[in-house]
Design a protein around this ligand. Structure first.
Ligand SMILES: Nc1ncnc2c1ncn2[C@@H]1O[C@H](COP(=O)(O)OP(=O)(O)O)[C@@H](O)[C@H]1O
Ligand SMILES: [Mg+2]
Length: 364
């Protein structure tokens, strides 16, 4: 899939911007703080309707303005459609071909974007919720129904936690309703578990080879850890029952896919505890590149790839290993402060944009 053209209004430090992109490699270079990440953030917003940097949409609107929008023409299977995300103080609106789409879940799985940003390096060392977040974002852009199941799970989880607290406060020992909620939670949780397991299995088919192609040595694997793994609904319910009194005492659901985690290992050693910063960065980058192939396998189209500021800590050889791995069917956006680190031959076959304080100059 290709982003042919983008029109940005009042987004971050851009006032009005219209750019036409190459179907292959697009390079955006410029000094720090000029708006390179803002541009790729706009592309990400167009795809996933939110930023990868912040949760508060209002901050994305150009200072002093009341509304921002990003519109893009996406070509997929020889067909072009126009997508648009509009942010304002009243909330968010999304449109496909100028028609309003009411449910976000009817929008987000249409444009696939894989983004690597230097902040991703923290995914491996931060809390499990960051790694679940990674799984949720990626799986929901592949399977439309995943987001719906996830939101159903979270609704039941809330109700269950509330009821656990009620049981505790009222000293009421009736667990009938708790069992109904638990059964529902398990039903949605098992489906989430299956999606996550199958996604991680697919990633593992490719990730080790990608890691070795770029960084030469090391066997990288990702393990999906979940209390639901390899259990059926009855078995899981039996475990919950053992936890009921404990859960009532703390008013929280102690078991479930909201505690799932991912463990990255290099040569069987966990990267969180044993890896170097460089190895962790390489692992996340390999994960994202593996996703490219997984999404192509499932959706039959390559996603759009964004490598934001990737080169800042890589040597020339690794940069060129990465660039030569990229299939020329993949539309790629690379941002960098150091244009001279990219091979001249590669530059010649790319579209190059020079970013200067909210303006973009196309170089010919
Ligand atoms: N809502 C906003 N309105 C106007 N400018 C903004 C807004 N949000 C961020 N900026 C500006 O964007 C710039 C950072 O852009 P960014 O794309 O992160 O830079 P870089 O080129 O280093 O990737 C900063 O100068 C910041 O002040
Ligand atoms: Mg940046």
């Amino acid at each position: 899939m290709k982003l042919k053209e983008i029109t940005i209004n009042n987004f971050r430090n851009y006032d009005k911007l219209n750019l036409k992109f190459a179907p292959g490699l697009n390079i955006i270079y410029g000094k720090n703080g000029v708006g390179k990440t803002n541009l790729v953030e706009a592309i990400y917003l167009l795809s996933l309707t939110k930023s990868f940097r912040i949760n508060n949409d209002k901050i994305l609107i150009n200072y002093g303005k009341v509304q921002a929008s990003v519109e893009g023409d996406i070509e997929k299977n020889n067909d072009t459609s126009t997508y648009k995300v509009i942010l304002s103080n009243e909330g968010k609106k999304v449109e496909i071909n100028h028609n309003k789409v009411d449910k976000i879940s009817d929008y987000v799985s249409k444009i696939n974007v894989i983004l690597f940003n230097p902040m991703d390096i923290n995914i491996i060392t931060s809390s499990p919720s960051e790694r679940r977040n990674l799984l949720n974002i990626e799986i929901s852009q592949i399977y439309k129904e995943y987001l719906i199941i996830l939101s159903n799970y979270n609704k039941i989880l809330k109700q269950r936690n509330f009821y656990l607290r009620q049981l505790y406060i009222n000293g009421n020992s009736s667990v009938e309703y708790l069992e109904i909620l638990t059964t529902k939670l398990i039903e949605y949780g098992l489906r989430i578990n299956q999606y996550r397991q199958s996604f991680v299995d697919k990633i593992n088919k490719y990730i080790s080879k990608i890691y070795q192609d770029i960084f030469v040595v090391g066997d990288l694997k990702v393990k999906y850890v979940s209390s639901y793994n390899k259990k059926n609904a009855q078995e899981i319910l039996a475990v919950y029952k053992k936890y009921y009194s404990k859960e009532m005492a703390c008013g929280k659901t102690l078991l479930g896919v909201h505690h799932d985690d991912l463990v990255f290992t290099l040569d069987n050693h966990p990267l969180k505890e044993c890896g170097s910063e460089g190895q962790r960065k390489n692992a996340i980058l390999s994960f994202k590149l593996a996703e490219l192939v997984v999404i192509k396998e499932i959706k039959e189209n390559y996603p759009i790839l964004i490598l934001d500021d990737l080169f800042s800590e890589l040597d020339k050889e690794k940069i060129n290993n990465i660039l030569s791995l990229l299939n020329n069917e993949v539309q790629t956006f690379i941002t960098t402060t150091e244009i001279n680190r990219i091979n001249k031959k590669i530059l010649k076959s790319s579209k190059v944009f020079h970013c200067v304080d909210g303006k973009m100059e196309e170089e010919v």
